[in-house]
Design a binder for this molecule. Structure first.
Ligand code: 5GP
Length: 206
């Protein structure tokens, strides 16, 4: 399927700092919108339905799967997560850039469906640092942390299938890298032609 907007998918093991980076990028970049996923997990802390996620029950989620309403979905840490067609298609068709904060399984499904999508994998600088970040975060007990570390080994092994990799050692450097990837995608001939049709037309580049 061809579409005018750019699609970015960012994946990372839990604790790598993905949410903070994506949040900082969205604050800096008004042309980028984030897709709001559906999930069967329960809201945490201050999370609100329709803001961080659309929180739904498993029967409702399965019905959406059967009705073909997801462009991708996956089970992650025991819960179901999916990106609905509505969350992205209308926007990229209108020419907006859409960012998906999803797991590696979903990102690979997206690439299959939207070959122009840019897949970005965020790596921790080391296993030690990841463990320390999970412990510092104070959200999970030792068993959950051990499970997250085991999952992280599987997740990190999938980074080779992504277009870009960012090592999140220093937040500012990682943010710079993320901005650079988004920016370079926009500078591709086809993207720029869509974004600046008047300039291209004036140069007879049709
Ligand atoms: P959390 O429950 O911590 O918000 O997210 C758990 C994991 O699910 C994260 O890796 C997150 O990126 C991923 N995730 C969130 N939404 C989606 C989605 O729509 N599809 C897929 N495949 N993964 C998602």
């Amino acid at each position: 399927m061809d579409y005018p907007g750019n699609l970015f998918a960012v994946a990372a093991p839990s604790g790598t700092g993905k949410s903070s980076l994506v949040k900082a990028l969205l604050e800096l970049d008004s042309h980028l919108v984030v897709s709001i996923s559906h999930t069967t997990r329960k809201p945490r802390g201050q999370e609100q339905d329709g803001r961080e996620y659309h929180f739904i029950g498993e029967p409702e989620f399965r019905a959406m799967v059967d009705a073909g309403q997801f462009v991708e979905w996956a089970e992650v840490h025991g819960n179901l997560y999916g990106t609905s067609r509505g969350a992205i298609e209308e926007r990229i068709v209108r020419g907006h850039d859409v960012l998906l904060e999803i797991d590696w399984q979903g990102a690979l499904q997206i690439k299959h469906l939207f070959p122009n999508a840019v897949l970005i994998f965020l790596l921790p600088p080391s296993w030690d640092e990841l463990l320390q970040r999970l412990q510092r975060r104070g959200e999970d007990g030792p068993e959950v942390i051990a499970q997250r570390m085991a999952n992280a080994r599987v997740e990190v092994s999938k980074a080779r299938h992504f277009d870009f990799v960012i090592i999140n050692a220093l937040f500012e450097t990682a943010l710079f890298d993320l901005k650079a990837i988004v920016h370079s995608q926009r500078l591709k001939y086809a993207s720029l032609q869509r974004a600046r049709p008047a300039v291209f037309a004036a140069l007879d580049l049709l």
